[in-house]
Design a binder for this molecule. Structure first.
Ligand code: DAH
Length: 348
């Protein structure tokens, strides 16, 4: 019988320890062992059948067993009740989860910096749709269907329509604005553009541009140069120099590609590291960085929107915001802007 008591004790304690922590399963175990028909109660009944000499010792063992099982059940019940209680209560003394203040994305900050310069020169901000028609994205800007320059712009067409596409530049807003407004005006157009480029360190199928357009009675090429020079110095620093290279865009005539003196080597194209001379890694030794395209508005564009090219002239320019930010902050990969990694974003 001693063996039996010991074994029941072990089983009972194991069962209590491994039972689910809820009141019902603990009550079931209490009934199983300590109830009126329970196993421990059954042992007390058997005590009467034993020779009287053995009863005190065995009786003591059964009593100890009963106490052990009772204590184990009480302890488990206490812990279970405490856990359930904790679920319903909030500890207001715990420290909160801190969320630092948010901030504008580096691309939005760069757009703001660019626009601020032009706003200070009297420009107004205008926006246009990202879903465009072929007419505004191409034809109105003197980019005819067969024109080779259309390839580079060829873009995402919407499935529902042959004529609707995601704009490949912000230039279509030039035509949209001119159709509805009379010169003189100076506008700046920030926005997203789309191109079917495979993504890599320097390409993204979506990026941002800022477009500029100034139209009036006697707007000159020198006005374009003056405005862009102020822009370059304000954004990249006073000592920045600027140059125009002849180029081609269907919507401007003449057209130019605009460079600034390299912000890393100050235009020298090289770095002295100790006694060694290294080619500048940012401009590749050229001393210049291309930042935008520009030109005098093509008279054909004026005609397309109903202006008289004999009466008005104007200039336009367009820049990639990511490129400006990459140069300004020394960023090595355009994808960093779109991956939403806070370790990157937090630095701006
Ligand atoms: N739309 C051109 C592009 O996406 C950029 C551009 C060049 C805009 C010259 C202009 C301009 O307004 O005059 O590559």
């Amino acid at each position: 019988m001693k063996e039996q008591i010991k074994q029941i004790g072990q089983e009972a304690l194991n069962e209590i320890a491994s039972s689910g922590a809820n009141k019902d399963s603990l009550e079931a175990l209490r009934v199983k062992y300590l109830g009126r028909k329970g196993i421990v109660t059954g042992l007390f009944k058997k005590l009467a059948e034993l020779p009287s000499a053995d009863r005190p010792e065995i009786g003591g063992l059964i009593n100890a067993l009963k106490n052990d099982v009772t204590r184990a059940l009480d302890e488990k019940l206490f812990l279970t009740a405490r856990d359930e209680d904790a679920k319903d209560h909030i500890d207001v003394t715990l420290p909160g989860v801190s969320r630092g203040p948010g901030r504008a994305h580096p691309i939005m900050q760069t757009i703001d910096q660019i626009c601020d310069v032009f706003i200070s020169l009297g420009f107004k901000i205008v926006e246009g749709p990202e879903i465009e028609t072929e007419h505004y994205n191409f034809e109105a800007l003197n980019i005819p269907l067969e024109h080779p320059s259309r390839d580079a712009f060829d873009t995402f067409y919407l499935r529902s329509s042959q004529k609707h596409l995601l704009r490949s530049h912000t230039s279509p807003v030039q035509a949209r604005f001119m159709e509805k407004n009379k010169p003189p005006f100076s506008i700046i157009v920030p926005g997203r553009v789309y191109r079917p480029d495979a993504t890599d360190a320097s390409h993204s199928f979506m990026f941002h541009q800022v477009e500029g357009l100034v139209v009036g009675a006697a707007i000159k090429f020198s006005d374009l140069k003056g405005v862009l020079e102020i822009f370059a110095k304000r954004l990249f620093g006073r000592s920045t120099r600027m140059r125009f290279r002849p180029s081609f865009f269907p919507f401007t005539e003449p057209s130019a590609e605009v460079d600034i003196s390299c912000i890393l080597c100050a235009g020298s194209g090289k770095h002295n590291i100790g006694s060694e001379i290294h080619r500048c890694s940012l401009c590749g030794g050229k001393g210049w960085l291309e930042i935008l395209g520009a030109g005098m508005v093509n008279p054909k564009v004026f005609k397309n929107v109903g202006y008289d090219p004999g009466k008005v002239t104007g200039f336009a320019f367009g820049m990639g915001v990511e490129r400006i930010a990459i140069l300004k902050y020394g960023i090595s990969d355009i994808r960093l802007f779109f991956e939403n990694d806070v370790r990157f974003l937090r630095q701006f």
